[in-house]
Design a protein around this ligand. Structure first.
Ligand SMILES: *Cc1c(COP(=O)(O)O)cnc(C)c1O
Length: 836
């Protein structure tokens, strides 16, 4: 980052009277100085003495003091970054996302600020150690899964690449639910992650904005005779920003994650409420605060709740008002530089209502013409699509939009009318195109197609892996691709190597650094140099020792969380991700049942002993996903209880899979399961974390697996199953019975399930699962892929039996993982989309 300017850019003076007239706001004649808290130990000591007001030092107060101390160490750089960014020397990027799955912040901050060693030393004075203190931090679980974690990895890479990117999200009071397993069933517990306070956040009350809801619109002619629109009688909700620091990797930049909290606006007329009942009126107003109460726990599906649309608009409006205010403070009413100086990235359609909202603000608040406002909007917005699954494509009823956001609906209709003129121009006389491409879906009830709104309003539309982007262009968005081929581009996802290798796997990091020096940390593609050492026996041996130790750590964790004993000499076979039919945890457990049957039959010659770990949360309303969790738990129970089986096979369901769990899981994994039905997983990012940590992958030709194979070579990857094209072709005449007839193994698995072997005391609970496997409408094609999956699993076992070869392949996988650093992904966004 270039040296920040010492002066604050002048804000245009506000016409509003200052609310604090009695306080003189003139600048002091002498600058006020204070002693900087120049060292971390001083900051921590001060926090303990003066910051916390505790009488005794419990472990949690050490964590609080340390986190506050680390934050204090960031404040000067954070302020300097802001001063610099307020000059708009660099283009400013706003990353809008309903989800940021940040996990813990302490380890990441210490690594990026290069304070880890110092912290380890200073904690000895407090008779504790960093590993234990770090465990006390509650995960910031403001996301469901891959999409939210991607946003978090992106923030780390943006700061590390010195980009002026602000994350805008919602400060949910309740994050992703905590999962408990009771009698094999998922139970959801609320996640009150803020209960003990959040030491990282800063409430920025001076940046509050108001977000309108409800009311109605009116049209009038202004003095110049132009038609103007006003949104009248709306109710305002206050959006209060809470900022979290996002430190770059040792580069002096501290970016911001700005999370909005909804609060009731207090200038209301008491007479409106219950005959002046003050207390009731205040309580009623608290309804506003529900907007940011809870994260919706649905992954890859929309649930269409009114409150969710309120969240989406609340985030979009507050964030746009915030960035407009920053711009206007420097450029006044000259909007000619707006699109040059700003880019807005929409993380899926969740914040896509930002398109009409930016139009509204430019038209109604700043008085621009439609043409100018549209030019600015479509030169600023960029949209990332995350899924092809139809159940995930957001649509909002027009009636709901009319009642909740009447002015926004008017603008959507106008955008659509002008867009359809373009369609008519491109395809004269083709009325079917008008219906299929319209932002408004006709039917008994009209709906707004949010993905189409996002495409029409953006200059860039990107998919998240090569295959996914290709499928978007050929299928779902084909007409739009024909109209605007240049809007479409691919940005394959990535993960931050700081959290997902350096911080979570210190032993492997130090082994690699001993061989390669430190350069690979700043440019992960340098990991390819590891390939030169695969024939160096001493290095391979050390590599194997590190893995073994990480497996021991994982085994301890699995034991603590699930009660199941894993033996680190066995193959660790892991599938952790949201539970969804398309991800096919069911295929995995069918293979486990197959192995179990082989063991019961005594067919164990050359069998490689395995520990199978499965973890993930099901959406609370997703009955089939919850049944699959129950089946995994019941199978685990039968397997683990049989002393004749456990030398060969053990199965654990890990409760409450989250970011911190993954930080322990991926270093200790031998085999990563990425087995979605081809064409259904947009990218996957869990696959990349495992690869970085030297796991081998068994997987389909889906999402980023395709590119992983390109990097590592198919001889170092266990590929199986139908490809996306074959899945599409078979769909219309899928006949699972034919596959079952060909496969004795599959027949036996089905027979055992039907016989109730895993549910003797709970008859019929797995009927829906058995039916799904045998259903000609099974979109996930379990029966079709089962035999080839078992064949690939045998290849896995054969390679694992040759440990030297296995570990060489492990090294090759790690060496090939550099392409999946989110630093590389973000460099692509920077160069090809943001041009920042
Ligand atoms: C990486 C990650 C995901 C995404 O995993 P996929 O296998 O790509 O679905 C989900 N949840 C958590 C906690 C993660 O760390």
């Amino acid at each position: 980052m270039s040296e920040p300017k010492a002066t604050v850019p002048k804000r245009k003076s506000s016409k509003k009277a200052s609310p604090a007239k009695n306080i003189k706001a003139s600048s002091p004649s002498k600058p006020v100085t204070c002693e900087p808290c120049d060292t971390l130990p001083a900051s921590v000591a001060r926090q303990i003495r003066y910051g916390l007001c505790h009488t005794e030092h419990q472990a949690t107060s050490i964590f609080d003091a340390l986190a506050n101390g680390v934050k204090e160490q960031m404040l000067d750089q954070w302020r300097n970054t802001r001063l610099h960014d307020n000059t708009f020397e660099q283009k400013q990027v706003a990353y809008l996302s309903l989800e940021f799955l940040m996990g813990r912040a302490l380890g990441n901050a210490l690594l990026n600020l290069d304070l880890t060693d110092q912290t380890k030393t200073l904690l000895t004075d407090y008779a504790t150690q960093l590993e234990d203190v770090a465990e006390l931090e509650h995960d910031a679980g403001l996301g469901n899964g891959g999409l939210g974690r991607l946003a978090a990895c992106f923030l780390d890479s943006c700061a590390s690449l010195d980009l002026a990117v602000t994350g805008y999200g919602i400060r949910y009071q309740y994050g992703m639910f905590a999962q408990k397993i009771v009698d094999g069933y998922q139970i959801e517990k609320p996640d009150r992650w803020l209960r003990l306070g959040n030491p990282w956040e800063v409430r920025m009350a001076h940046r509050i904005v108001s977000v309108p809801f409800f009311g109605h619109t009116e049209v009038y002619q202004d003095k110049q005779g132009n038609t103007q629109h006003v949104w009248r009688d709306c109710q305002y909700v206050l959006a209060v920003p809470y900022d979290m620091p996002v430190p770059g990797y040792r580069n002096g930049r501290i970016n911001t994650l700005r999370l909005w909290k909804a609060e009731a606006n207090d200038d209301f007329d008491l007479a409106e409420f219950n005959d002046g009942d003050y207390a009731e009126a205040v309580a009623d107003k608290n309804l506003a605060e529900q907007i940011t109460m809870v994260l919706y726990p649905n992954d890859a599906s929309q649930n269409g709740k009114e409150l969710r649309l309120r969240q989406q608009y609340f985030l979009s409006s507050a964030s746009l008002q915030d960035l407009l205010a920053r711009y206007v403070a420097v450029y006044g009413d000259d909007f000619s530089q707006f699109a040059v100086k700003n880019a807005i990235q929409l993380n899926d359609t969740h914040p896509s209502i930002a398109v009409p909202e930016l139009m509204r603000l430019l038209l109604d608040t700043y008085g621009l013409s439609w043409e100018k406002a549209w030019q600015i909007t479509t030169a600023t917005m960029a949209y990332t699509n995350h899924t092809l699954l139809p159940e995930a494509l957001e649509k909002w009823p027009v009636s709901l939009m009319r009642y909740m956001l009447p002015r926004v609906l008017e603008i959507i209709f106008e955008i659509n009318a002008r867009f359809l003129e373009q369609v008519a121009h491109k395809w004269p006389g083709d009325t079917e195109k008008l219906t299929t491409m319209s932002i408004i879906e006709e039917g008994p009830e009209q709906h707004i197609r949010m993905a189409y709104l996002a495409i029409v309003g953006s200059f860039s539309v990107n998919g998240v892996a090569g295959l996914h982007t290709q499928l978007l262009k050929a299928g779902l968005f084909n007409h739009f691709y024909q109209l605007w081929p240049n809007k479409f581009n691919n940005r394959t996802n990535g993960v931050t190597p700081r959290r997902w290798l350096i911080n979570c796997n210190p032993e492997l990091t130090s082994l690699i650094t001993k061989k390669l020096g430190e350069d690979w940390i700043k440019d992960l593609s340098n990991l390819t140099a590891l390939n030169a050492f695969t024939s160096e026996a001493a290095f391979v041996k050390k590599w194997a020792q590190v893995k073994l130790h990480n497996k021991q750590i994982l085994a301890d964790f699995v034991k603590k969380e699930s009660g199941v004993e894993f033996d680190p000499s066995m193959l660790f076979d892991v599938q952790v991700k949201r539970i969804h039919e398309y991800k096919r945890q069911l295929l995995n457990i069918m293979h486990v049942i197959h192995l179990y049957q082989r063991i019961l039959k005594g067919d164990t010659e050359n069998m490689v002993p395995r520990c199978v770990l499965i973890g993930g949360k099901a959406a609370p309303g997703y009955a089939m996903a919850k049944q699959i969790i129950k089946l995994i738990n019941n199978v685990a129970h039968m397997v683990n209880d049989d002393p004749l089986v456990t030398p060969y096979l053990r199965v654990a369901f890990l409760p409450n899979y989250n970011v911190s769990a993954m930080e322990k899981i991926c270093p200790g994994t031998d085999l990563s399961e990425q087995i979605s039905t081809a064409g259904k997983e947009a990218s996957g990012t869990g696959n990349m974390k495992f690869m970085m940590n030297g796991a081998l992958t068994i997987g389909t030709l889906d999402g980023a697996n395709v590119e992983m194979i390109e990097e590592v070579g198919s001889e170092n990857f266990f590929l199986f199953g139908l490809n996306a094209q074959e899945v599409e072709q078979q769909k219309h005449a899928y006949n699972p019975q034919a596959f079952i007839e060909q496969s004795p193994a599959l027949q036996q698995v089905l027979a055992m399930l039907k016989g109730g072997h895993f549910n003797l005391v709970e008859p019929n609970i797995f009927d829906s699962i058995i039916q799904a496997i045998c259903d000609p409408h099974d979109q996930w094609m379990l029966a079709a892929d089962f035999d080839d999956y078992c064949r690939a699993q045998e290849d896995v076992a054969r390679l694992y039996a040759n440990q030297a070869k296995w570990h060489k392949t492990s090294i090759r996988n790690c060496a090939a993982s550099g392409r999946f650093s989110s630093d590389k992904t973000i460099a692509g966004y920077r160069d090809d989309i943001w041009k920042s």
